[in-house]
Design a protein around this ligand. Structure first.
Ligand code: ARG
Length: 477
């Protein structure tokens, strides 16, 4: 049941065994452990460390072991970790020759191989989910090309913006999340096996050959670093933390917008919950949980960061604690990424309410200034004049629509029909011309831009996955 019993005079204490096992977390890595083991075995065969017959027997045995696992016939409970479980199962299946598989390999490089194989696949699946969410945002934006709403700074009404523009802001945030994961992938998708316990090996292995069998584009250097490094997981958790933080902002806005005070959206009844005491309630729990689950994800980052702090080189058993936060963050993030696009397609803007809200808060005061600038007034002067006018209007309970010539004092000449048109909230949006602004044309361009990004990245990920899955199929037979 253990790979190291002979060194000890006594059996391992049962409490210690229970305390130190990682099988609860690493059992799910068995497909990767077996896949990597087959490649390792072929590598040993290639350089003559195994005869053709031995390599053939071990590969066939590992393929059988994989099927036993798949059929649910393996009881993981008494084992120290997945590596032990796979090796012992193999020995039971093919006998003593199984003992040659671990030649020139340590569990220290084996575990990071398993994790890298697992994580590159998981990451790619998550990237697809983020792309799907961006797609839903782009589609939603396209459904409402004309809808204008108040844009906010400090949560105070600021300037009119297109609802579509606001949605696409999240699209661009998420695009960065995809790009970050793509960058992290470069460091996840590197090949560790062959580091041994920490120092490499005196046996003539061919690391590059095995890397190729497993479709790794890069072979990691420095065996000490290889078994010590968990950056690739921490970096991934950092990327997920930022992603979760982004979605918490979306969740928060959906919560706010669903309150009667804003009243900007309606949520499909099937996506809301009620109260056990207050019969009138319709609560946005999904949006709250999207926001709330962020804590779990960020906590996972912090958890692993603490594990790594001040850890001496090279492998330490502490590193085993990388798996609980990794799996927890993935579990939470996958739940968030599944529900968010579904939820968004069941959220509808209340156009009338948004339009009503445009009338409050002097949203076109900046357009007023820009009009005056076009007429040759220095911006600072224009700002002061409009500020005075707004102060007067606010105290008299009037809006910019109710401007009168006498409000302008000595600037009466600027009170023109053209100005009144510029103060219209829909006009404000139409008149924007700068790159990336909230005009119809720019927002359409932004949507198209994101659309191109989606296609490009989806193709890239499909290629990755095809390459990896081909290796898996070929090696698992
Ligand atoms: N369960 C271990 C981990 O997750 C695998 C590597 C164990 N190595 C060792 N020397 N005990 O890190």
């Amino acid at each position: 049941m253990r790979l190291w019993g002979s060194r000890m005079e006594k059996e391992l204490n049962e409490e210690v065994a229970a305390f130190s096992t990682s099988i609860g977390e690493d059992f799910l890595l068995y497909p990767y452990d077996i896949w990597g083991s087959i490649a390792h075995c072929l590598g040993l065969g290639k350089v003559g460390l195994l005869t053709e017959g031995e390599a053939g027997a071990i590969v066939a045995g590992l393929r059988n072991v994989y099927h036993l696992f798949e059929e649910g016939k393996i009881d993981p409970s008494p084992f120290e970790d997945v590596h032990t479980l796979v090796e012992v199962t193999l020995r039971n299946a093919i006998g003593e020759v199984a003992g040659k598989l671990h030649t020139a390999r340590s569990r220290n490089d084996q575990i990071v191989l398993d994790e890298r194989l697992f994580l590159r696949e998981k990451m790619s699946e998550m990237m697809v989910m983020i792309l799907q969410l961006i797609r839903v945002l782009v589609e939603k934006a396209r459904q409402y090309p004309h809808l204008v709403m108040p844009g906010y700074t400090h949560l105070q009404p600021a300037q009119p913006v297109l609802f579509a523009h606001h949605l696409l802001a999240y699209g661009f945030m998420l695009r960065r999340d995809v790009e970050r994961l793509e960058s992290t992938m470069k460091r996840v998708n590197t090949f560790p096996l062959g580091a041994g316990a920490l120092a490499g090996t005196s046996l003539p292995i061919d690391r590059h050959y095995v890397a190729e069998l497993l479709a790794f584009p890069e072979v990691q250097e420095n065996s000490i670093d290889i078994v010590s490094d968990r950056d690739f997981i921490l970096e991934f958790l950092g990327d997920l933390s930022l992603l979760a933080l982004h979605l918490s902002r979306l969740g928060e806005e959906l919560v706010l917008w669903s309150t009667p005070h804003f009243g900007f959206i309606d949520i499909d009844d099937a996506f809301t919950t009620g109260s056990s005491i207050m019969p009138q309630k319709k609560n946005p729990d999904v949006a709250e949980l999207i926001r709330g689950k962020t804590g779990e994800v960020v906590a996972s980052f912090l958890s692993l960061a603490m594990t790594l702090k001040a850890l001496p080189l090279s492998y330490n058993r502490d590193l085993q604690q990388d798996k609980p936060p990794l799996l927890r963050a993935i579990r939470e993030m996958e739940m968030i990424l599944r529900i968010t696009p579904l939820f968004l397609t069941h959220v509808y803007p209340k156009e009338e309410k948004m339009r009503e809200a445009l009338r409050e808060g002097f949203l076109t005061a900046t357009d007023f200034c820009e009009y005056l600038v076009e007429k040759g007034i220095p911006f600072r002067r224009a700002h002061a004049l409009v500020g005075e006018i707004v102060r007067k209007l606010a105290s008299e309970g009037r809006s910019l629509r109710e401007l009168r010539r006498e409000d302008f004092g000595e600037y009466g000449e600027f009170f023109t029909p053209e100005l009144l048109e510029r103060l219209d909230e829909e006009q404000s949006v139409t008149k924007k011309i700068s790159w990336g602004s909230t005009s119809r044309k720019e927002v359409e361009r932004e949507g198209n831009h994101l659309q191109t990004f989606l296609t490009e990245k989806e193709n890239m990920i499909t290629l990755w996955q095809e390459t990896w899955r081909k290796s898996f199929r070929e090696l698992l037979g």
